[in-house]
Design a protein around this ligand. Structure first.
Ligand code: NAG
Ligand code: NAG
Ligand code: NAG
Ligand code: NAG
Ligand code: NAG
Ligand code: NAG
Ligand code: NAG
Ligand code: NAG
Ligand code: NAG
Ligand code: NAG
Ligand code: NAG
Ligand code: NAG
Length: 572
């Protein structure tokens, strides 16, 4: 009896250990600036960056007893890393992990369908040291209180396994692991409330690694970063001004925001503009008149989206703002998903969209990688607890001072670049353009759009710039993304990279972008998961002849497919 109990216990424990994350060993602990404790590891080459001569570090800044913010740092590939600029990257959500930016966008590596690591020749480390930060607590590898749990198949939330045993049934579906206790009290509920932990993370990192922190500092983000970017950086400036003993002055030079979610009142309206009138650069008008009228009414009808957002702005009430944001998301934004089943981040692709590939998620959940980066919990791309926490205040439906903060940053001589890929519906460029005009940078309204030139001689986008403020409409392209990043952090003009920008600098051209992509790359078939993306043809590689619009003219379209995706509302 006794022995059999022990045997059962041991075998369950054995099974459990393999599913959960063993706390990392051999972490180096140090105290950063402003007394924030940092625990980190040097990440061996081949875990992400392949070059053995470049250093990479990952670990945590302990911001408070239940707030442990994960960072992953990479030295620049060009020049002396101890003299190079430092750039931070955060993704949006709220709740999205910055490993999305690292592994799917501009980090040094990618993961292919076989789980193999690939080099990214267009990594932003070509131009800067980079630090990727998972925030707020509970996002990605950042943790509050690690607990055994699994991911709910219904809404992606973490469900705690009270006895620490994974039943391995069809509900847990292989998702058992170590996750943050999904308690919304352990994470901020607004953008402003998230700012201090971000500042603390920079203080910790810069103190632990002063060799990377002597020079200028640049901030980059996307999507919900349209909220985070202006607010966090204004917070950094206000902390600098306080001259806190032991804290480091963070000499912010550049704020870069890709496809940002700045102002819900403008950007919910932009869903109509992008799909109906004046339309997108892909000449793709996906709605019939019935649907177009429905979207219009849900926006402008009495008591509907615009009225509710205005009420949110005037009352500031959590209940009103949360209800307004949910109304607009469900009745304006999501009609696109329900009617078209297209990727909100790329109007050209149907769901499930294989781009950008998700293979990195499994890679980050392997014991070898977790041990190499010192992870304390399993990896998820999105934290439903953080999404829920922000939903309680309707932060997504608030403007939160983002536009005014951008002007304040510009007035402090900080470069601000808003860039927007034109295939994104979620935070589309039409809305971003209206926001850019509202910032009020002197001279911006009399600047015009001009082509952006890159070394390949192909025009990938256009820019409107006045002084250190620019708004670009490039397409989701690694080469131009790296080029405009390099130009922005060097204080050069975005269009050519040949001119040192002064306050009098203006681009010349039409007041609105006339760039057209045409609808040849719009896909009408779901693309296979393992397909790669060709950045020359802007299509799946090799092109799926069947999927191309050109071959589908006159054939039945995908209208009428009503499928409510189990995808949390998020601006990744
Ligand atoms: C522990 O870390 C130190 C310093 O980073 C390193 O030299 C050593 O090889 C590590 N030991 C193990 C067992 O990983
Ligand atoms: C994708 O590639 C992997 C590894 O090469 C293979 O195991 C899998 O079956 C492929 N999936 C599809 C849908 O082709
Ligand atoms: C899970 O399995 C049970 C029986 O083993 C079955 O009744 C149930 O329908 C399954 N649920 C799902 C979601 O597959
Ligand atoms: C969440 O955390 C708070 C503060 O630590 C605690 O009072 C509360 O009981 C927790 N809620 C749950 C559901 O665990
Ligand atoms: C810190 O930065 C602020 C601007 O953010 C500047 O006004 C102040 O002079 C700086 N302080 C020091 C000690 O460099
Ligand atoms: C939408 O289009 C209308 C009419 O052209 C325009 O007044 C408005 O500024 C546009 N708004 C956005 C967000 O694109
Ligand atoms: C594709 O674009 C052409 C104009 O370039 C337009 O006439 C046609 O309706 C578009 N097709 C679709 C499905 O939007
Ligand atoms: C957000 O809160 C509202 C209540 O305001 C609720 O109806 C909705 O389901 C919540 N949405 C999410 C995604 O949690
Ligand atoms: C969680 O991490 C452990 C240890 O790396 C791993 O064995 C397990 O498969 C991971 N769980 C998930 C759901 O990825
Ligand atoms: C920009 O200015 C710096 C010094 O301020 C100078 O070294 C550099 O050559 C200038 N670059 C261009 C393109 O004019
Ligand atoms: C992308 O497409 C171009 C033009 O069709 C082709 O030459 C090139 O080989 C493709 N790239 C890859 C990686 O297959
Ligand atoms: C318009 O599109 C919707 C959604 O696909 C469809 O249900 C409806 O039948 C269409 N209406 C007309 C008049 O074609």
């Amino acid at each position: 009896m006794f022995f059999s109990t022990v045997a059962v216990t041991l075998s369950l424990f054995g099974a459990a250990v393999s599913q959960f994350v063993s706390p990392p060993t051999n972490l180096t602990t140090t105290i950063g600036y402003a007394d924030f404790r940092v625990r980190y590891k040097q990440v061996p080459p081949g875990i992400c960056e392949q070059r053995a001569d470049l250093k990479s570090y990952a670990g945590y800044v302990d911001v408070s007893p239940d707030t442990h913010i994960f960072f992953w740092f990479f030295e620049t590939r060009n020049g002396d890393p101890t003299k190079a600029p430092l750039t931070s990257w955060i993704n949006g959500g709220p709740g999205s992990s910055s490993m999305i930016g690292l592994f799917q966008e501009q980090g040094p590596c990618r993961v292919d369908s076989s789980g193999h690591l690939l080099n990214n020749p267009y990594a932003w480390t070509e131009a800067s040291n980079m630090i990727f930060i998972d925030q707020p607590a509970q996002v990605g590898f950042s943790y509050s209180i690690p607990v055994p749990g699994y991911i709910s198949p219904n809404d992606g939330s973490v469900i705690v396994l009270p006895n620490g045993i994974c039943p391995g049934d069809n509900i847990t579906q292989g998702t058992c692991g170590t996750y943050s206790d999904p308690n919304v009290t352990d994470t901020p509920t607004t953008t402003s409330a998230a700012a201090p932990a971000f500042w603390a993370t920079l203080q910790g990192f810069m103190g632990a690694f002063p060799q990377y922190s002597r020079e200028t500092f640049h901030f980059s983000t996307e999507s919900y970063g349209g909220h985070y970017g202006p607010v966090f950086n204004e917070y950094i400036e206000s902390q600098n001004a306080k001259a806190i003993p032991g804290a480091h002055n963070i000499s912010l030079e550049t704020v870069l925001i890709g496809n940002g979610w700045y102002n819900p009142l403008i950007q919910y309206q932009a869903y109509y503009n992008f799909t109906v009138y004046p339309g997108n650069t892909y000449d793709y008008a996906p709605y019939n008149d019935t649907i177009a009228t429905e979207v219009y009414n849900n926006l402008y009808g009495t008591g509907n989206c615009v009225d509710q957002l205005n009420e949110c702005a005037s009352t500031g009430s959590n209940v009103v703002c949360s209800a307004a944001d949910n109304y607009c998301a469900d009745n304006v934004e999501s009609i696109y998903d329900e009617v078209l089943n297209r990727d909100e981040y790329d109007i050209r692709e149907l769901e499930p969209d294989p781009f950008p590939p998700e293979f990195y998620v499994a890679y980050l959940n392997t014991p070898i990688v977790q041990s190499a980066i010192g992870a304390f919990q399993n990896y998820t791309e999105y934290s439903a607890a953080v999404g829920d926490a922000f939903n309680t205040t309707g932060d997504d439906g608030r403007e939160d001072g983002t536009v005014a903060d951008m002007l304040e940053l510009l007035e402090q001589d900080i470069t601000v670049m808003m860039y927007t890929g034109d295939a994104d519906y979620n935070c589309n460029w039409l809305g971003g353009e209206v926001v850019s005009n509202e910032v009020g940078q002197p001279g911006f309204n009399c600047s015009g759009y001009t082509n952006i030139s890159t070394s390949d001689g192909i025009v990938h986008g256009q820019v409107k710039q006045s002084g250190a403020f620019s708004f670009e409409v490039p397409f989701y392209q690694p080469e131009i993304a790296l080029a405009i990043f390099e130009r922005a952090i060097a204080g050069l003009d975005i269009a050519t990279g040949l001119v040192n920008v002064t306050s009098g600098y203006r681009t010349v051209g039409p007041p609105t972008s006339d760039y057209r992509e045409g609808n040849d790359t719009v896909q009408f078939e779901v693309v296979n998961t393992n397909t790669t993306y060709n950045t020359t043809t802007n299509e799946p590689n090799p092109p799926s002849e069947k999927g191309r619009l050109a071959k589908r003219r006159g054939e039945q379209s995908h209208y009428g497919k009503v499928l409510k995706p189990v995808k949390p509302m998020s601006r990744a």
